[in-house]
Design a protein around this ligand. Structure first.
Ligand code: PLP
Length: 397
């Protein structure tokens, strides 16, 4: 008897988590695996944040919180939106959730009806696609190219919009490409949204503090689409708090209310201790964010320099986040004498087996010619990893 729902059976498991799991298993078996697959800072949560969490425990923040988040946290989110993004939100427009991933599914669940189309720009973050499908929505993929810096043009975006389009999911700085849209490029996209009053745009800004060149621009800052924009963020990447699981949105009141209703049936709100920690994180700057960004930038320069010397690998220099997405199509169809590399996923597994380096194949990101490398790890690891990758790729003829 098969008790599982079609819903869960048709869902793909997270490719990044699957690779992380596989490399963990190999490590546990004693293999020297370098992991470049996981999307999280390798730093610890700053001390002032940890102190706030300890205080919250001692102060007995142990009862159910308000479903949409504590008042002080939502006020801190509004202050952050104003200070850092120039956006006006009031606390009733803010909902705190169990990480940015949960905030994304919340928005999809309250807006997308079965059959509604959701535009996703490829290469995309793995979860968008399956979350849209879970809601019964139809993912409509708009492809971009390495030659175009993996950025969508307003013309291509507009061509994908139909009367059934409900939502566009936009992400800058991008996971997996590391690209950061300029203000002009974003305005082009905002204008397309502006022309289509039946379309909402979800702007996923979780990497906003990890920008090396240029500036981070919030989609909601284009005031002509403010009412149809959902600004999504999290403390995970900015404050090295991936495990605390705090994400949030700023949205029109009607949408925030709907998400509140959904969470009322799903979670009864977010962990109280983590909320107090997130509130502290956002309300004070001890310089950790800048230090982390500087470290990521140095590693970006290091790994891009090293990858540029690997035969057949093409890259675009990322301006943000901590990923690089090399095009490895040169190796597709080649073989080490045992196995033919038919896809980017095959190459990622080949690199895990031969080089003991964990990357993620681009197929799950809608980037079938690429592999994703996370450089949120030490310089030594990066140097050794690219050395091993280079050696292993030489085996492919
Ligand atoms: N959005 C993007 C683009 C991400 O890369 C991630 C995490 O990898 C998230 C959202 C989710 O972040 P969180 O860990 O807060 O759920």
């Amino acid at each position: 008897m098969d008790f599982l729902s079609d819903r869960i059976k048709s869902m793909a498991a997270s490719a990044t988590l699957a690779m992380t799991q596989k490399s963990r298993e190999l490590k546990n078996r004693g293999f020297d695996v370098i992991s470049l697959s996981i999307g999280e800072p390798d730093f610890n949560t700053p001390d002032y944040v940890k102190e706030a969490a300890k205080r919250a425990i001692d102060d007995n923040f142990s009862k159910y919180p308000p479903v949409s988040g504590y008042e002080d946290l939502r006020a801190a989110v509004c202050a952050k939106f104003k200070r850092e993004n120039g956006l006006d939100y009031t606390p009733d427009q803010v909902v705190v959730s169990v990480g940015g991933k949960h905030s994304v599914i919340n928005v999809i669940m309250v807006t997308v009806n079965p059959g509604d189309e959701v535009i996703i720009l490829a290469p995309y973050w793995v979860s968008y696609y399956d979350q849209v499908k879970l809601a019964g929505g139809v993912p409509v993929i708009v492809n971009t190219t390495l030659e175009n810096d993996f950025k969508v043009t307003p013309t291509d975006l507009e061509a994908a919009i139909t009367p059934k389009t409900k939502l566009i999911i936009f992400n800058s700085p991008s996971n997996p490409t590391g690209m950061v849209y300029t203000r002009e490029e974003m305005e082009g996209i905002a204008r397309v949204v502006g022309k289509n009053p039946h379309v909402l745009i979800l702007s996923d800004e979780v990497y906003e503090h990890i920008v090396y060149e240029g500036e981070h621009v919030s989609m909601a800052s284009f005031d002509f689409i403010y009412d149809r924009t959902i600004t999504l963020n999290a403390v995970s990447k900015s404050y090295a708090m991936t495990g605390w699981r705090i994400g949030y949105i700023g949205a029109p009141v009607w949408l925030a209310k709907a998400v509140n209703k959904l969470q009322g049936q799903f979670t009864s709100g977010t962990c109280t201790i983590a909320q107090k920690a997130a509130c502290a994180a956002m309300s004070y700057d001890d310089g950790s964010r800048d230090k982390m960004r500087e470290a990521f930038k140095r590693r970006r320069d290091l790994i891009c320099g090293l990858l540029a010397e690997v035969e057949g690998v093409k890259i675009r220099i990322p301006q943000g986040a901590f990923y690089v997405l090399p095009d490895i199509s040169f190796y597709l169809g080649k073989s080490d004498g045992e196995k033919v590399i038919n896809s980017a996923d095959d190459l990622a597994f080949f690199l895990l087996d031969r080089a003991r380096v964990a990357t993620v194949g681009g197929d799950a990101f809608g980037a079938s010619n690429c592999i994703r490398i996370s450089y949120a790890t030490s310089d030594d690891h990066l140097i050794e990893a690219v050395k091993r990758i280079k050696e292993s790729l030489k085996l492919l003829k």
